[in-house]
Write a protein that binds this ligand. Sequence first.
Ligand code: DX5
Ligand code: ZN
Length: 220
Amino acid sequence: MNNIVKISPSILSADFSKLGEEIISLDKAGADYIHVDVMDGHFVPNITIGPEVIKKLRPLTKKTFDVHLMIAPVDKYIEQFSNAGADIITFHPEATQNTLGTINLIRKQKKQVGISLKPKSKISLIEKFIDKIDLILIMSVEPGFGGQKFMPEVIDKVKAIKKIISERKLKVDIEIDGGINFENSQLAKDAGANILVSGSTIFRENNGDLKRNINLLRSN
Ligand code: DX5
Ligand code: ZN
C-alpha cells in the first residue's frame, strides 16, 4: 500500500478484436496495472475471457495483471488463472463456500490476494479477512458490464475500509472499480482509494487518448 495512486485500465472496454494491440497500447500509455474482468455468465450476466486468453496476453507486457474474477465457483480455477499469468487474483466472497480457503489457494500460488465487494455487500462480509489479503476491490457499479453510472453511496464504504486499514496499520490496497471518470476520481482518492479501475473513461474520452486519460485520472 502507498499513497501514489495507481491506474488499472479495464480491458472490458478495449477492442476485443485486437486485444493484444490494446494491451501493448495500455503499457505504452503508462498504465500501472491491467485490469482483466473475467465473467462466466453465471456469477454475472455476461461472459468475457478466460485463462487461455490471459496466457496469450501475458508475454505482451510486464505490467501487473490485476485479474478480477466474477465467476462462481471460483476455487477450481485459481490455479489456471495463476498459471496463465495473473499477478493479483481478486474474487467475490459470494462465489465461494470458504473465503479463507480461497485466500489460501491464491496464497499457495504465490499471487497477491484481492477480495471484491459488490455495491450492496457489507464490509462485515470480509472484515475478519482484512489482515490476510493484499487488496480490497470496492465495486461502484453492479458487476457485469462497463460503461455504467458510478454509485456514489460506495464512497462511505471506501472511507470505512480506509479507517479500518489505517487503525490496524495494515498494508492493504483499496481499489475502486466501476464508473470512475474525471468528475469522481478525486472523490474516490480523497476517500482512500489508491488504485482506480477505469474502462470506458480511459478508452473513450479525448478520442481514446489512453495516455492523456490515464494521466488525468492519476492527477486530477
Ligand atoms: C464491471 C467490471 C469493471 C468495469 C469498469 O463488472 O468489474 O471493471 O469493466 O468499467 P467502467 O470504468 O466503464 O465502469
Ligand atoms: Zn473489474
